[in-house]
Design a protein around this ligand. Structure first.
Ligand code: BGC
Ligand code: MG
Length: 548
């Protein structure tokens, strides 16, 4: 394809399948997924109907945060394979029609990154050119940290370093020192690493913790947040991180200038796109608007609203989507129901819902029909439930720290179940790094193949339905007033309007048509009944109709 034929807008409304490489497919019998294994499973993703993959970090790393602690931005960790294996994944993805997005974790590095080793070696700027590459500060006169900033993973965000006799900032683990984005050399080095991957043919990036890049140079303490203003969308409720209003440790205005540099780099390539992960409990909508408006920021932002455990009422769905529309008409967001950091969607609302699988199917159908791009996390398409691990099985330092009230993220990171006839459901011949639980084996891909009622066939059907109706991919959205558990919105694009109805509840509901005369659309697998001026929807049912 020549440059002029490339669809620069491919990301708008794209369905992005997230691969967490450790748990996707092992090929060398070490119990850890790898790139060669991934290569063999790409057809599953293409068959599902995704447009792109997002690969969680596979870079060289001591794996303290399972790859989100990078020790070399331009090399593959040997546990995952080689750079040639990565090239093979890109080539095969492209052959299958899948774009490739990789995870850039540039807000911090591993403490084993050579940059940090140099930075901590001396505070003397004359002799140590990287002295200022991380965020260093003298202690207060009483020896305590410079301010009240907290690490998401527990405790102070400052760690004492005896070489420099200074504190360094870490928003996550002690072993994830925060890069100093105020230093242009740091920005240049990160852009060089980004270019490395663009030159290897990747189509885009997921930018980890995009709103953490800059801290306030003044190192002011964050103000406390009133208890009634706290929410757990960025950190679990037992985490005191929620007690602060994070106005100084992240979310700084200087980020826009860096994002403009990042975007200019991407725009040198035919169709590279980026999605930024915005983790903030108070001002995510505002940040998304700033970061994605116009063409000088990232293309879209990833929001946490549908990842929280708060019960999904019709009013809540409307307020999330309309809340975004109100601030972000000019912006584009990326929704997700699950990822490697949150309770699996099949279990998240299970205590509230009598039929969690039917509920999960409906919620997915609803988001696949909403305005935005949509990320599917591996295993979501199989309806895998969250795994309840014993403390001894935990790997995630976040869970180990906040146990037992928050068990961490291992319960959603167990391996994908591929084949119920094979050891470890086909993931690995060896003992997997996290167990494949018995309840997942019966949900393996082979058991769902061709079963019309299965979660996997539902995902395939819905994605096909979406792909055959561009209005669902690119259209605007407008909500219609409803009562009870019914969600109703219209999507419009290129002169076409589709009415989309979803019953989130277990009681029958009706949608009065009034003046509307929709023509029912089929192909999604839901059954609705049109009768005497209204559409009746049973428990967890959806209905789609074309309006004149
Ligand atoms: C990633 C997490 C990671 C953290 C620190 C995130 O938001 O998704 O898995 O632990 O950033 O890099
Ligand atoms: Mg392996």
């Amino acid at each position: 394809m020549s440059t002029s034929e490339v669809d620069r807008d491919w990301w708008r409304g794209a369905v992005i399948y997230q691969i967490y490489p450790r748990s996707f497919q092992d090929s060398n019998g070490d119990g850890v997924g790898d790139l060669r294994g991934m290569l063999t499973r790409l057809p599953h993703i293409a068959r599902l109907g995704a447009d792109a993959i997002w690969i969680s970090p596979f870079f060289k790393s001591p794996m303290k945060d399972y790859g989100y602690d990078v020790a070399d931005f331009t090399d593959v960790d040997p546990i995952f394979g080689t750079i040639e294996d990565f090239d093979a994944v890109v080539a095969e993805s492209h052959r299958l029609g899948l774009k490739v997005m990789i995870d850039l974790v540039i807000s911090h590095t591993s403490d084993e990154h050579p940059w940090f080793k140099e930075s901590r070696s001396s505070r003397n700027k004359e002799t140590n050119p990287r002295s200022d590459w991380y965020v260093w500060s003298d202690p207060k006169p009483d020896g305590t940290p410079p301010n009240n900033w907290l690490s998401i993973f527990g405790g102070s965000a400052w760690e004492w370093d005896s070489r420099r006799e200074q504190y360094y900032l870490h928003n996550f683990l002690v072993s994830q020192p925060d890069l100093n984005f105020h230093n242009p050399d740091v920005q240049d080095a990160l852009l060089t690493a980004t270019r490395f991957w663009l030159d290897r043919g990747v189509d885009g990036f997921r930018l980890d913790t995009i709103n953490f890049y800059f801290h306030s140079k003044g190192l002011e303490s964050n103000p406390p947040l009133a208890p009634e203003d706290r929410n757990d969308s960025a950190a679990p409720s037992v985490n005191p991180y929620n007690y602060q209003d994070h106005i100084f440790d992240k979310n700084q205005p200087e980020n826009l200038a860096f994002l403009a540099r990042f975007r200019a780099l991407l725009d040198e390539y035919p169709a590279a796109a980026a999605v930024g992960e915005v983790g903030d409990a108070q001002r995510s909508m505002e940040l998304v608007t700033q970061y994605t408006a116009g063409t000088t920021g990232v293309h879209m932002c990833y929001l946490f609203d549908f990842l929280s455990g708060e019960k999904l009422t019709s009013a809540r769905v409307r307020s999330i989507i309309e809340g975004f529309e109100a601030v972000g008409r000019d912006s584009w967001c990326c929704w997700a129901l699950s990822n490697h950091d949150t309770t699996r969607v099949a279990s998240r609302w299970a205590s509230d819902e009598p039929d969690p699988a039917a509920h999960a199917k409906l919620v997915a159908a609803m988001l696949m029909s909403s305005r935005g791009s949509y990320c599917i996390y591996q295993g979501e398409e199989l309806g895998l439930p969250e795994v309840d691990l014993a403390f001894e099985d935990l790997q995630d330092p976040y869970g180990i720290r906040f146990w037992p009230e928050f068990k961490g993220r291992d319960g959603c990171r167990t391996p994908v179940a591929w084949d119920s006839n094979l050891a470890n459901a086909g993931f690995s011949e060896a003992k997997p790094w996290l167990p494949v639980p018995a309840e997942h084996v019966g949900l393996s891909v082979n058991t769902q193949e061709g079963e019309g009622n299965s979660m996997m066939e539902h995902y395939r059907r819905m994605l096909k339905f979406r792909a055959t109706h561009p209005v669902l991919v690119k259209g605007s959205v407008e909500f219609v007033d409803t009562e009870g558990s019914l969600v109703a919105f219209k999507r419009s694009y290129g002169g076409e309007t589709v009415l989309c109805l979803f019953n989130l509840g277990v009681e029958d509901v009706s949608f009065p048509l009034g003046e509307l005369a929709p023509i029912e659309l089929k192909g999604h697998g839901y059954v609705g009944v049109t009768e005497q001026g209204k559409i009746k929807l049973g428990p967890y049912q959806a209905w789609f109709g074309q309006l004149a």
